[in-house]
Design a binder for this molecule. Structure first.
Ligand code: CUA
Length: 343
């Protein structure tokens, strides 16, 4: 019986060890999650092997002969055995519970001085805001520092997950959820949305870059100096002549950060998604709506259900860009998408 259990243990251990089930850790939190995983897995391998040993041995040793129609011996239970198979699993489950509770507690601890990063999720893009009003579409993190994400969604429920960093948390409209990550190695990773949030869900990803503390400080002060992509307050209403290049840059940046490319083909931005109508030539569509191209683009951003192109569903395009984008961003986006035919 012990021999069979040993064989089962060796095979199960090989399956557990030889296949890489978890991504290689890049955070303190993931290290703890990995520990919990192995703690539970080792217990499972031991119990599983014991059960397999008893079952296989019983099948072999107590097999009924083909012509044996007698009843088995009457057994009225075995108190000692029943106490053992109740108490041992209870202890093991409680142990897993305690380890998990300690890990959850530690993984939620951001320490005394975390870096606070605001996370805004929307169909189908992520945006980040650092202290000092620095906005970014890329998530840049310092090595070995607790980072506390304060997250909210402007539309539906999304979920924040960087696989190598373990931590996963829903991002919910109307409330702020939090999660702590402490990177342990530099490199590039991907932030993935893991809550089915609409047609562009699979494209809702953001690049993550972990830098040494010094390199991170340099990046942050550089972004601060550059205004971090936040609209520079000087834009005067309606005037597109003053800062043509800056508006083009803001338009391009907004196109990326608002997630337009997740659904629309637009050669200028290098996107080829087919969820929504192509933005490459809007002349015919604007004519059909009886509007100029810029007016048509603005209307489609601010009130997307007013005119829905034949063959597409209403309600797929997010309805809240008028609230979630600043008026400078919308102006720049209109110029960027509909600008060529503007004059
Ligand atoms: Cu956002 Cu899926």
């Amino acid at each position: 019986m012990l021999g069979i259990a040993l064989v089962a243990a060796v095979i199960t251990t090989a399956v557990a060890v030889l296949i890489q089930w978890l991504p290689s850790s890049a955070s303190e939190e993931m290290d703890r999650i990995t520990f919990t995983y192995w703690f539970a897995t080792i217990i499972c391998i031991a119990i599983f092997s014991l059960v397999i040993g008893v079952i296989v041995y019983s099948v072999l040793a107590f097999r009924v002969q083909p012509d044996d129609d007698t009843d088995g011996p009457p057994i009225h239970g075995n108190t000692r055995l029943e106490v053992i198979w109740t108490v041992v699993p209870a202890i093991l489950v409680i142990a897993i519970g305690i380890v998990s509770a300690v890990v959850l507690e530690k993984n939620a601890d951001a320490g005394a001085n975390p870096l606070r990063v605001k996370v805004f999720a929307q169909q189908f893009a992520w945006r980040f805001e650092y202290p000092g009003n620095v906005r970014s579409d890329e998530l840049v993190l310092p090595l070995h520092r607790h980072v506390k994400f304060e997250m909210t969604s402007v539309d539906v429920i999304h979920s924040f997950w960087i696989p190598q960093m373990g931590q996963k948390q829903d991002v919910v409209p109307g409330i702020e959820t939090e999660i702590v990550v402490t990177p342990t190695r530099t490199g590039t990773f991907t932030l993935i949305c893991t809550e089915l949030c609409g047609l562009g869900h699979a494209t809702m990803r953001a690049p993550v870059r972990v830098l040494q503390e010094a390199a991170f400080s340099t990046w942050l002060s550089k972004e601060r100096a550059a205004g971090g992509g936040a609209p520079a307050g000087g834009a005067t209403g309606g005037s597109t002549t003053a800062t043509g290049g800056a508006e083009e840059a803001l338009g391009s940046k907004t196109f990326a950060s608002a997630g337009c490319g997740a659904c629309h083909e637009f050669k200028k931005a290098g996107t080829d998604a087919q969820v929504g109508p192509s933005l490459d030539d809007l002349t015919a569509a604007a004519q059909k709506a009886g509007e100029s191209v810029p007016d048509y683009v603005r209307e489609s951003i601010e009130d997307p259900n007013k005119v829905v192109v034949a063959g597409y569903q209403p309600g797929v395009m997010p309805q809240n860009f008028k609230e979630s984008l600043s008026s400078e961003e919308i102006d720049a986006l209109v110029a960027y998408v509909g600008g060529e035919e503007a004059k």
